[in-house]
Design a protein around this ligand. Sequence first.
Ligand code: NAD
Length: 428
Amino acid sequence: MDSDLGPQGVETVCEVCEVELDRISEVAQLTDQDLELLRQPRRRINANIPVRMDDGSVDVFPSFRIQYNSARGPTKGGIRFHPGVNEDEVDELAFLMTLKCAVVDIPFGGAKGGVQVDPDDLSPGEIERLSRAYVREYHDTIGPHSDIPAPDVNTNAQIMAWMRDEYERIEGRHAPGAITGKPPELDGSEGRDSATSLGGAEILDAFAERVGIDSTETDVAIQGFGNVGSHLAAFLDERGYNVVAISNAAGGVSNESGLPIHEILDGYETEHDLFTVDAEEISNEQLLTMDVDVLIPAAIEDQINGSNMTEIQADAIVEMANGPTTPKADAYLSEQGVPVVPDILANAGGVTVSYFEWVQNTSNEYWSKDRVQKKLRKQMRMAFESIAERKTETQNEWTWREAAYSRAVDAVLTAETFRSNIPGGTDQ
Ligand code: NAD
């Protein structure tokens, strides 16, 4: 087993957070009080939820909601349904959401929720009853101005619609802003399904402009062809990038003159549909070590790690998955001068459009897809520029990740200071 991976070969996102917090605390000289505020969530809630199953029996599902930091606004974060969900993981993801919202400067704090369940074992009716029961358990702590859930792993727009409906039944009034990621037909936002990818494409454009590369001469390899990877491949193809390799859990395909992305997308239903195009078949490991201009991990965590970091040949990495690079690999790439645009910036387009959904819900004014996308592109550009500026201020000594974490941490601590939760406010 590689030394930077944990007991199950998995390195949690929080270890990355810890490493970054330590690094930021050195460069930004955070006090012990700052660190005390940042290292632990404001509120942890859990509940064992009983759900009536189709056969009449009752199963009990452990669940969590963690509201990490609300200094900058109501907490925001998805709910995942997964057998491996546990409190530590939800803590970590809630912390990451706090930073992500701060990086793109949307007025939310960070939260995350989860239920320990394998949804493949449940019927649609059982999933609906579990989703509604989750809202009943946490109703007192969520709401449009306190904590706003959204979809995450194994939860989707239909589940958000059930959750919103349950919340409104309890409240006895219309409250669409209590949950985001709803279907567009039920007060969801246009453009949410491809928002993470459009945000990532905009960040890559901004990065290319800054380092002086031309999209039409840029070879890109993308790992993962799910929601994020497939939309991103389409956006990059439309912007003139040469997408030379893509993959999913079953493996990948490559063609150095560029893959026919729209042709692949047209018939894409199963993971094996990738292999119907005229291209060379490659493994995921081969894709990660290809000699490309930009490598984009858009599948799962820990893909660039101690065992393959010395093989990485890409000139730059843009993290669309959450936590795809382990701290050990990140440090190595930094020594090698390979820029890594971090997840909390590159994949923040999704939460940005969730914020737009909340704005639309709370103002009762609905926007076209074109308007949503224009606003998203602008927000992502502003976030990129402010992080680039921070790098410039440090004569590029900081990596993209350090600059992004430091900006996020500063924003959270500034809000805490104005609230007088740490010294520097007036109420001392
Ligand atoms: P998804 O489930 O739709 O797609 C995941 C893709 O990764 C699939 O193509 C799957 O086949 C592939 N995959 C799974 N295991 C793999 C492996 N071992 N090797 C190679 N490929 C593998 O998920 P998604 O919504 O596209 O999310 C992808 C990543 O982006 C995740 O890390 C997620 O947390 C992150 N993310 C997603 C969003 C969003 O809006 N969907 C927002 C922010 C971050």
